[in-house]
Design a protein around this ligand. Structure first.
Ligand SMILES: [Zn+2]
Length: 150
């Protein structure tokens, strides 16, 4: 089996069962940031300059979505040749911040709905001779799984 490595270093934990995005939290005002903020707090009412790394919620609700037909700029990494894919803006369960991500393979933009529950998964973005490069994606939580949690 090939070694599995993150396509973007330090943006998420490499736990393939229960991955987390890694954000930062201002130690003064407790605001969350993703991608991580490390220099100045972006809260205009806060002069905080210290941040701690925190794992963010693995689940959230679709806030908006679209079918992405253009190749995004760095640091987003896309396979070449570029294939259009669905992306979702998801409001995280606890932090209530919105995080963009691709939608997991097998889900079409036409199947998405605003307010739909999704969870974070890691999927292969591309591979070379030695490694598989992983990226986070949003996967709709199936109705069956949702019911089994009740
Ligand atoms: Zn702050």
């Amino acid at each position: 089996m090939k070694k599995r490595v993150p396509a973007i270093e330090g943006w998420f934990s490499l736990d393939t069962e229960k991955p987390h995005l890694l954000g930062s939290r201002c130690t003064s005002c407790k605001s969350y940031f993703f991608p991580k903020e490390t220099l100045f707090c972006r809260n205009p009412g806060c002069a905080g300059r210290e941040f701690e790394e925190v794992p963010l919620s693995r689940s959230g609700k679709v806030w908006s979505f679209t079918n992405n037909c253009y190749q995004p700029p760095p640091p987003y990494v896309s396979p070449d040749p570029f294939v259009p894919y669905a992306i979702a803006a998801v409001e995280l369960e606890d932090e209530k911040m919105v995080v963009l991500g691709q939608v997991a393979a097998g889900t079409d933009a036409s199947e998405l709905k605003v307010g739909m529950p999704v969870e974070l998964v890691l999927e292969k973005l591309f591979e070379d001779e030695e490694c598989e490069y992983l990226v986070w994606k949003w996967k709709p939580v199936s109705q069956a799984e949702e019911r089994s949690h009740v």
